[in-house]
Design a protein around this ligand. Structure first.
Ligand SMILES: [Zn+2]
Length: 184
């Protein structure tokens, strides 16, 4: 009799455990619908900042998080940022896509008026009221793409100003009035 009671008790324990297991198993089952097969995500485009040496990986078809571009294109001299013209991110992505590159090298984004003035005093080719000081301009290049090729593409975008800096090896683009120039 004793053995029988023990056996029953054991069976009870076993039963309790299996019930608990089932509950646990039920909880771990994913309730979300099975996702539809997707398409392969587009490769990331990586912005590199020549001054801060920072990288910003961008999903080409998704807008950037608020403030991300502002921080990335901040003035490296004063470490201050401004609200950048949001179309500039799209411009950099479009340029990278056009030349099938996953890297865009940024030479200059926002320039704080203090930094702009310092550049002017040092004799750099910098406009007094540069579009850079308004957060409307970006200077950049794409590795393995000639500056002339990039300039031709930039002009065709009809975004605004396009400057060609052959010796320095970059193109300036801004969202101001459409105008073209070249510097060193
Ligand atoms: Zn510029």
């Amino acid at each position: 009799m004793r053995a029988g009671v023990a056996l029953l008790a054991l069976a009870g324990v076993a039963h309790a455990e299996s019930k608990k297991d089932k509950e646990l198993a039920a909880k771990s089952v994913c309730k979300a619908p099975i996702p539809a097969p997707g398409t392969k995500p587009a490769p990331l485009i990586n912005f590199y900042n020549e001054h801060t040496h920072e990288w910003l990986a961008v999903e080409p078809d998704k807008p950037l998080a608020p403030g991300e571009l502002d921080l990335f294109l901040r003035d490296h001299y004063t470490n201050k940022s401004t609200t950048m013209e949001p179309r500039l991110a799209g411009v950099l992505v479009a340029a990278a896509k056009n030349f099938k590159s996953d890297i865009v090298d940024v030479v200059s984004g926002f320039r704080h008026p203090k930094y702009n003035l310092m550049l002017r005093k040092k004799g750099h080719q910098v406009a007094r009221d540069s579009q850079h000081t308004h957060g409307n301009a970006v200077d950049f290049f794409i590795p393995k793409v000639t500056t002339q090729q990039l300039q031709a593409w930039a002009k065709a975008q009809k975004l605004g100003g396009v400057g060609l800096y052959l010796e320095s090896g970059f193109v300036h683009m801004d969202t101001g009035p459409i105008r073209f120039w070249s510097g060193d």
